[in-house]
Each structure stands twice: as C-alpha cells, then as structure tokens.
Design a protein around this ligand. Structure first.
Ligand SMILES: [Zn+2]
Length: 423
C-alpha cells in the first residue's frame, strides 16, 4: 500500500490524463523512455548507496527502486550490472572558450566523452566577451556549459597562463569593470553561476592592482548574489589577517565562495613549506563554509600539499580539473583522472562522487535541477567503474605517486539520452 502511494505521488503527474479515465485506486502501467537496471546507485546527499533501477521519461528521473513495477515498460532497457551509477559529473573549474582564448578546450571531447555532463567555465569570458561564449560554446555543445564570469571585462582573451612572461588580465584597473560584471551576471542567470578573479602578482602589475581587483570582485559577487571563485597563487594578498581593512585569501572569503587550486605549491600555498603544517586559515575557511576546490590545472596540484592536507583531514569539497589546453595532455588529463588521484590519497569513494555531483550542484545553486538522484531532476547520469589500473601520476613539479585504481566512465546519460563512451 505504502509503495503504491509513493509510486502514485511520484509519477502521477506523468499520467494525469491516463488516470483521470480510471478509478483513483488503479494505477496505469508506465511507459518509460529508459530503465537503467541493476546499477549500484551512489548519492550521499540522498543517502543512496545500493543496487537499484532508475526510470527516465522526457529527460527526467521519474522513478527508482520499488517505484518501478514488473509490468512497467520502457523503449530502452540498459542493464548496467557491475557498474556504479551517479548523477552526471560536474567539473566546477574548466576552460572551454575554444578558439577565443588560447586556453580553451572542447567541452564535448573533454566533458561528455570523459563522463562529465556539466562543465563550468572558470572565467574565460568577461562581461565584454561573454556573448560569444553563449553563442559559440554553450548553445552548440551537448555538454551542459555554465560559467563563472571574470571580473576583468575581457576575461582571459588576451591573458592566460603565459609561462614565465608576466602580463595578465588584471594589470590595469580600467579592465576591472565591476558594475558591468554585475549587470552581465544579472542578464544571464541561465548560464552565469558566479564571478571569477585571479590573484597573482604576474596578473596584477606586480601586485599593484591586486588588492583593488580583489575588493571589486568581492563587491561584485555580493551585489550580484553569486559566489566568487578565487585563484590565489603567488600573491601579495596574505592567506589570513586580523588587521582592519586588510583583505586576505581565503580569510576574506564568505560562506559559499570558492577557493580553487587548494593544493598548489606556489608561494601562497596553504602549506607552510618550512614548518610542514597547514596555514590555519585554510581549515578555518572550510569550517566557515568556503568551498575548497581542487582546480588541478597545470601548476596547481602538489602531492606534498595534498598529502599534508589529507593528513590534517582537509579534503576538497569539490574536485575539479581547471582543464585547459596546457594540461589536458599533461598532468590533469580529465576529471576521472583527477578523481583517481584523490582515491590514491585515501579519500572515500562516496565522498569523491559527492565532490563531483551534489556538492558542486549546490555550490552553483542548481541542486534542484541536477547533481542528485531524485525524481523530477534532470536525467544526467554517469555510469562508471573503478578498475585496477597501475599508473604513475605526476604533479606540477614532476613528483609522482602510484594510482592503483582509476575511475573509468563507461556510459553517460545526458537529459535521458544514452551516450556510450569509446575510451
Ligand atoms: Zn583556471
């Protein structure tokens, strides 16, 4: 009886017309688009960790487990015995403004084909270049593409990771147009989920514009009511400060803001390399609700920092790649590869899955649309295995560590459509 009620409540809206013609007590046999059978479904946020079936209709998850009855049918049945099924993976920090920025990679090749259903661009575009990201990247991509808008109005169009050369997007304050940034965020709520700023002396005229750039970014994110994602590597801004009016990072970040590149080994590292201890501001930030994000990148992941952080129980809230043209064939490779590095560090599998599904979805305020396994949510799913695969994995300074097991995505479901991966 209870099962029937549950089933009726959850799927009744799908056969309203059908049921109107029947007595209230009888249930129509359901015709789903897709039933995914026998997968080990993982979603810590909904406390799901068991083998069960999922039913999909019109691109949405509509029923699971006992809600699906023997008599129900589907146009397609996928038996995924021996596989894990999670919400579609979300990569919170990527660079996908291909052809317009030298960093840009293709979101479908680097996203969907690697098990990632949502790629969030990390500030490749600013208010003056965002229209192109929408038209040329977001609209034609099968992968869902969302974006953090750079506080600098030209984004990363003319400045990027330029090796040892200095020169960056925030060298001159004329480019830091905070009101324009806020307006662009407000005009594009379907795509823009936050604001991005990079704090590094090489990007801010040897630090001369750094404090003001940071202040404007903090102001803009508050004004637009979206989180701020901060890159903080070789910066004149301290990690923490008690002095009045002095900004710090992550010290000045607020609940919901995102500290990316958490495990980098540059001078502004969370690890005090001489004392081999974490700076207290890192844990304090996480305790306050600042999201500690991986943002692996080309030069932003250091095994020593990550191991020390793990030993002090500072695990990332979100795992992201900072994937770009400089690391896609290098040390970051793909989201599942970066996830595998955290498996090697001893992070529990369920927590890793959370860090690429429900947590990033919540972080960008989309957890009622996707990122979890629940009826009514978008049917974006990643079907994967964790396989034994021994490989030496490198960090930014060529230190290595063995991976024994790796996340291997096999099938992606994007809005209910089945995409088999040819890995
Ligand atoms: Zn980045």
């Amino acid at each position: 009886k209870e099962d029937k009620d549950l089933r009726y409540r959850s799927i009744s809206h799908l056969h309203m017309e059908n049921s109107k013609q029947k007595k209230a007590s009888t249930l129509a046999r359901m015709d789903f688009d897709l039933i995914i059978k026998n997968g080990h479904v993982l979603d810590l946020s909904s406390k799901i960790n068991k083998v069960m079936d999922l039913a999909i209709l019109h691109g949405e998850i509509v029923a699971s487990g006992k809600e699906i009855q023997q008599s129900d049918q589907a146009h397609q049945v996928l038996d995924v015995s021996g596989h894990y099924v999670s919400a579609g993976w979300i990569d919170l920090h990527t660079h996908v403004y291909e052809h317009a920025t030298i960093l840009g990679v293709n979101p479908d090749i680097c996203g969907l084909q690697k098990g990632v259903t949502t790629m969030v661009d990390g500030g490749s575009s600013g208010a003056m270049t965002f229209a192109g990201l929408r038209k040329f990247i977001v609209e034609p991509s099968e992968t869902r593409v969302l974006a953090f808008l750079h506080i600098a109005c030209h984004g990363l169009a003319g400045a990027a990771c330029s090796g040892n050369e200095s020169g960056g997007e925030s060298d001159h304050l004329n480019a830091i147009k905070q009101s324009l940034c806020v307006q662009c965020v407000k005009d594009n709520p379907d795509i823009i989920v936050g604001i991005k700023v990079r704090l590094d002396k090489s990007i801010t005229n040897n630090g001369a514009t750094e404090h003001e750039t940071y202040a404007r970014a903090l102001w803009a994110s508050k004004e637009a009511q979206v989180p701020l994602m901060v890159h903080h590597t070789n910066s004149s801004i301290p990690l923490g400060s008690h002095a009045q009016g002095v900004l710090s990072c992550p010290g000045s970040l607020r609940k919901g803001d995102i500290y990316t590149h958490t495990y980098h080994g540059h001078p502004s590292s969370i690890l005090d390399h001489s004392a081999l201890k974490l700076h207290p501001s890192a844990k304090a930030a996480q305790d306050k609700g600042v999201i500690m994000d991986v943002g692996h990148g080309q030069g932003s992941f250091d095994w020593l920092v990550a191991k020390k952080a793990a030993s002090e129980n500072l695990w990332p809230d979100t795992i992201s790649t900072d994937l770009h043209s400089g690391n896609v064939n290098g040390t970051a490779q793909s989201l599942p590869y970066v996830m595998s590095k955290f498996l090697a560090l001893g992070m529990p599998l369920q927590k890793i899955v959370c860090a690429v599904t429900s947590t990033p979805a919540k972080c960008i305020n989309r957890d009622k649309e996707f990122g979890r396994i629940a009826n009514g949510l978008c049917a974006d799913l990643t079907i994967f295995k964790v396989e034994s695969k021994l490989e030496l994995a490198y960090d930014a300074s060529q230190k290595s560590q063995f991976l024994k097991e790796q996340f291997i995505p096999k099938i992606v479901i994007r809005e209910g459509r089945v995409i088999r991966l040819n890995l």
